[in-house]
Design a protein. Structure first.
Length: 204
C-alpha cells in the first residue's frame, strides 16, 4: 500500500528560521471512532509501535542529521487545502546531514496522525475510494550527494497526498492533525528517527 496520489519533488532552500508553536487545545473530546466502535485504543497503539516511536529515544533527531522545515522554518510544515470532501495535505521537510554521511543511502517518509489527549493518537489511513492508501507515505530512497550535488548536506522534500474528510474526522469536534517525518540511514541500518510537524486544526 502507500502509493496514494502523492507527488514528490526534491528541492533545496536556505537556512531555517524561527517557528511559533501553536497553543495546544485542552478541550476534552471523545473519539468518534471509539463512539461508534470502529477503532479502539489498542489498534491505535499498534500504529504507534509499528511507527517505531514507542521508544522515546527514536522520537528525535539522530546524531548524523537534523530533520527541519522548508526555508524559514525549524520543523517540518504540514498544510491543507480543502476541495469539497477531500483535503490535499502537503508536507514540506528538509534534512540537513553531517558531512561524513552525504554518500550514505537514506530513506524518508511521513505518517499522518490525529492528536488525542485521552488515548493513543489515531493513525489515519485513507479508506475512501478512489484515493485509498496507507497513513504512511511511500518511502523516498536517496543519496544526498546525488540528490543535491551542489549542496549535498541539505536535501528538501515536498509531497501532497489526498485524504477524504470521513477519514480525517476521527472524533467529535475539530481535529488536531499532525505528522511525523521519519529518516533512517540504510547504509548503517540506523533504524528510523521521527520529528513531529506543525499541527493543523481541521473541521472536516
Ligand atoms: Ca484530538
Ligand atoms: Ca471531527
Amino acid at each position: 500500500m502507500g502509493r496514494g496520489s502523492g507527488e514528490t519533488e526534491m528541492w533545496s532552500r536556505g537556512v531555517a528560521g524561527p517557528f511559533v508553536r501553536r497553543r495546544p487545545s485542552w478541550t476534552r473530546r471523545y473519539s468518534r471512532r471509539q463512539a461508534i466502535g470502529l477503532l479502539g485504543g489498542s489498534l491505535a497503539g499498534v500504529g504507534l509501535l509499528s511507527l517505531g516511536l514507542a521508544s522515546p529515544a527514536k522520537a528525535a533527531n539522530p546524531s548524523w542529521a537534523t530533520i527541519t522545515g522548508p526555508s524559514g522554518y525549524s520543523i517540518p510544515q504540514l498544510s491543507a487545502v480543502r476541495n469539497g470532501n477531500w483535503f490535499d495535505l502537503t508536507l514540506q521537510w528538509r534534512i540537513v546531514f553531517q558531512a561524513s554521511v552525504v554518500n550514505h543511502e537514506f530513506e524518508t517518509n511521513w505518517v499522518l496522525y490525529e492528536d488525542d489527549s485521552t488515548s493513543a493518537d489515531d493513525l489515519i489511513s485513507a479508506t475512501v475510494e478512489p484515493h485509498v492508501h496507507s497513513a504512511y507515505s511511500p518511502y523516498k530512497v536517496f543519496i544526498p550527494s546525488q540528490a543535491n550535488p551542489s549542496n549535498p548536506r541539505e536535501v528538501g522534500f515536498r509531497e501532497t497526498i489526498i485524504w477524504h474528510r470521513d477519514d480525517l474526522d476521527t472524533e467529535l469536534g475539530g481535529e488536531e492533525i499532525f505528522a511525523y517525518v521519519r529518516v533512517g540511514d540504510n547504509t548503517t541500518n540506523s533504524g528510523l528517527y521521527g520529528i513531529r510537524t506543525t499541527q493543523l486544526d481541521l473541521s472536516p
